[in-house]
Design a binder for this molecule. Structure first.
Ligand SMILES: Cc1cc2nc3c(=O)[nH]c(=O)nc-3n(C[C@H](O)[C@H](O)[C@H](O)COP(=O)(O)OP(=O)(O)OC[C@H]3O[C@@H](n4cnc5c(N)ncnc54)[C@H](O)[C@@H]3O)c2cc1C
Length: 384
């Protein structure tokens, strides 16, 4: 994917985003409300079905194109966090789901009849140490009985389906700690009130995140995706897609910040000249621009490798780290450039600042990426 490739796709997404200006996102942010109208428009235009094969009603595109869609949403001032999970969970269903599951779910997800926007991995007591997760699913005839708790499960209140990772064999009974985990595709509509309680968590930005409490929720065995006990591998398979998509969102954020900072630095006159004439103001903006462009190159490389089916764990992780750092740098620089106005809600800078801060921590924190690079790329001893 050459730089600024997919111009038609970019223009089309920007056109759609025009109907959802800054004021739309600002009002939702103030109310901590979900962007239903935006997600519906995106679904109706087919963008959220980008990764679904044409035979199931999608457009059969790759991660390169999917990432361009999310990048452009953020570049236009929106927040792809409202809907990105449909893209990054898709690979698990496509690669490991049964034919029956694909026939049942994919056409409905493509048409928007069903939303697959929730991804349940994180737990309150185990954090980044995913293999230690405690939510269990015990087989009882043709059902699994699920007990446990998840945290930070975003969009659960705005999704029909939840891709859930659980332990099906106790950790004491497996040889490797990565064994014994399984992926279930849970129908939230049937689950809520019948063993599943969803409790919203209010956060510093508008992210519709929640806590899930499983109290003997029974689901059919047919919800199992792939083989029982192999879920950790399926999870890892999907993570590269997630890293690349988030990297693209950060690149989009970064470009939004640079555009706003540049315009403001040209327009704002203090001491009789534009503030951007001062090197102390323009150099940080220029440096942030350089870093965004460099991060984008790694994202393009990772996306290309992913789409060619090449192993891209290192590149996907590095792209996510570089892009998250660059967007955060751009966010800081933009607040500084705007001076006091950077803190005023009506300029949207503080909103985007809060939104892009998340990607230093989620879906994987910067430190955990560095541990990956240190161990798996450089061959340093495992540190955790
Ligand atoms: C708004 C929001 C939305 C989210 N949405 C989802 C979602 O939809 N689904 C989902 O499953 N999860 C979701 N998450 C969870 C997210 O993936 C985790 O917060 C993230 O993986 C970090 O885990 P933790 O919060 O438990 O931090 P911890 O693992 O407790 O880590 C805390 C800090 O310690 C550092 N640290 C921990 N161990 C080490 C180590 N060995 N070496 C160096 N540093 C270390 C980390 O880097 C981090 O900075 C979301 C989180 C947020 C805040």
């Amino acid at each position: 994917m050459p730089i600024e490739a997919h111009q038609d796709l970019r223009s089309a997404v920007r056109e759609l985003c025009k109907a959802f200006p800054d004021s739309y996102w600002r009002q939702l942010d103030a109310a901590r409300a979900y962007p239903d109208a935006f997600v519906k428009a995106l679904t109706d235009a087919g963008y959220l079905a980008a990764l679904i094969p044409e035979e199931f009603g999608g457009s059969g595109l790759g991660i390169s194109e999917a990432s361009v869609i999310l990048e452009e949403i953020n570049r236009c001032g929106g927040n792809s966090g409202a809907c990105h999970a449909q893209m990054y969970t898709m690979g698990t269903l496509l690669r490991h789901g049964s034919d029956a599951q694909k026939r049942e779910y994919l056409p409905k997800i493509a048409s928007g009849e069903l939303r697959l926007q929730a991804f349940g991995v994180s737990e309150p007591t185990t954090g980044s140490d995913t293999t230690q997760l405690k939510t269990s699913a015990v087989r009882k005839g043709d059902r699994y009985v699920i007990r446990g708790q998840k945290i930070w499960i975003s969009r659960a209140e705005h999704s029909d389906l939840l891709l859930l990772i659980v332990r099906t064999t106790p950790i004491a009974d497996v040889k490797k700690r990565t064994d014994g985990l399984s992926v279930l595709l849970v129908d939230l509509r049937a689950a809520v009130g019948n063993g599943l309680t969803i409790r919203p968590i209010r956060t510093m930005m508008n992210h519709a995140t929640t806590e899930l409490f499983f109290d003997d929720l029974e689901v059919p065995v047919s919800t199992l995706v792939g083989e029982e006990g192999k879920g950790f591998r399926y999870l890892i398979d999907g993570l590269n897609a997630e890293r690349i998509l988030i990297a693209a969102e950060c690149v989009g954020d970064g470009r939004w910040f640079i555009e706003r900072a540049t315009k403001y630095a040209n327009d704002r006159v203090v001491f009789g000249r534009p503030i951007g004439q001062n090197q102390g103001v323009q150099f940080p903006i220029a440096r942030a621009y350089v870093n965004i462009e460099a991060a984008d190159l790694m994202r393009i490389r990772a996306a290309g490798m992913f789409d060619r089916g090449e192993p891209c764990g290192a590149e996907a992780n590095m792209a996510k780290l570089l892009a998250a750092d660059a967007s955060w740098e751009a966010a800081n620089v933009t607040v500084q450039t705007f001076g006091g106005f950077g803190f005023a809600e009506e300029y949207d800078v503080e909103r985007k600042f809060r939104e892009t801060r998340l990607y230093q921590v989620a879906p994987i924190s910067t430190n955990l990426i560095l541990t990956y690079v240190a161990e798996h790329v450089l061959g340093l001893p495992r540190s955790y």
